[in-house]
Write a protein that binds this ligand. Sequence first.
Ligand code: NAG
Ligand code: NAG
Length: 155
Amino acid sequence: MAEPSLTLLVWLLATMYLNFPLWEPYLQPGSHNFSKRANFAGVGVGVLEESSSNKLYSQKQLNYFKEVANLLKQQLGDAEAKNILANAIYLSSFGGADYLSFINRTPNPTELQQREYVNMVIGNFTDAIKEIYEMGGRKFETFGLPTMVETRVQS
Ligand SMILES: *[C@@H]1O[C@H](CO)[C@@H](O)[C@H](O)[C@H]1NC(C)=O
Ligand SMILES: *[C@@H]1O[C@H](CO)[C@@H](O)[C@H](O)[C@H]1NC(C)=O
């Protein structure tokens, strides 16, 4: 399946383009220092739980993010943690795994089905972004369609 490596590719391009070092995954064992960066990405992760090819999906990533935000508060205090969350750039690639899973499950979707599904994916993604916003996040970068287009070309 083309999707996992493409998600990774988008991620790699993002890190290279923005000149960031590669993040260690949040779930990787060992001790981490999250004051500079945290990575909640995973291969084949969907916005919706039902379209993720593994146990990770957007709401779970959000919960991990909350854990890190709380950790920062404990370690650095409210003001400094808020400062970090406000200045952080939130990168995400979304939709690719969801649409691929939809196409696999629904071979000949009607236009209404497609529209409803896209609204559900975007709705859930928007909810996640809103929650980060409420916690102080302000700078968001998302990658969606390019992943999808490339996936279709390759499959
Ligand atoms: C984490 O990294 C920051 C910046 O590099 C540093 O100031 C801080 O002391 C580190 N915290 C821990 C717990 O290692
Ligand atoms: C989020 O996705 C669920 C299905 O996983 C759906 O029932 C719900 O309506 C969606 N929420 C929004 C805001 O679209």
